[in-house]
Design a protein around this ligand. Structure first.
Ligand code: RP5
Length: 176
């Protein structure tokens, strides 16, 4: 059985520069992944084979990226019960609004979780959070990541303020 946990499928190699961000997120949490180029319209047979075989291959989550009339995530989701995260890719002339609507507007019955246009990093994070449901160690690492994000906000806030006293007034414990 494959060790790979996340399958990343993209419609074209032109999606690759954006989808590298996804692998960065997965690598940060030590999650194994594979990348595949397939297309719901240019190579539907390959897409169907991949989607239908994903669960047996040991995958836990599929991330699917496409631009334009971006039906790839929805088509894959229709052929597997694995959670599918769609990444709308920005291409000309509509710069990703077409991709976003195509992915986010899945009709009832076949859900696709959709991240922002070009939101490949968040797709990786969301996959990690799904995997963390069954992996306490991963969950702890995600928690540390969140703490790091909060610490960076604090850092920026402190840098913005002129003196330490003001910084403390709005610091830890203050939810506003
Ligand atoms: C989609 O068409 C791909 O996901 C890509 O975003 C877009 C353009 O593909 P190329 O013409 O660059 O191969 O299927």
């Amino acid at each position: 059985m494959s060790e790979v946990q996340v399958g990343i499928v993209m419609g074209s190699d032109s999606d690759l520069p954006i989808m590298r961000k996804c692998t960065e997120a997965l690598d940060e949490f030590g999650i194994s992944w594979e990348m595949v180029i397939s297309s719901a319209h240019r190579h539907p047979e390959k897409t169907a084979r991949y989607a239908r075989g994903a669960e047996d291959a040991g995958l836990k989550v599929i991330i699917a990226a496409a631009g334009g009339a971006a039906h790839l995530p929805g088509v894959i989701a229709s052929m597997t019960l694995l959670p599918v995260i769609g990444v709308p890719i920005a291409i000309e002339p509509l710069r990703g609004v077409d991709s976003l609507y195509s992915i986010v507007q899945m009709p009832q019955g076949i859900p696709v979780a959709t991240v922002t246009i070009n939101g490949a990093f968040n797709a990786g994070l969301l996959a990690a959070q799904i995997l963390a449901l069954g992996d306490n160690n991963l969950r702890q690492r995600l928690n540390s990541y969140r703490q790091l994000l909060a610490a960076k906000v604090e850092e920026k806030d402190c840098a913005l303020r002129e003196n330490e006293a003001q910084c403390k007034r709005f610091g830890e414990g203050d939810q506003n």
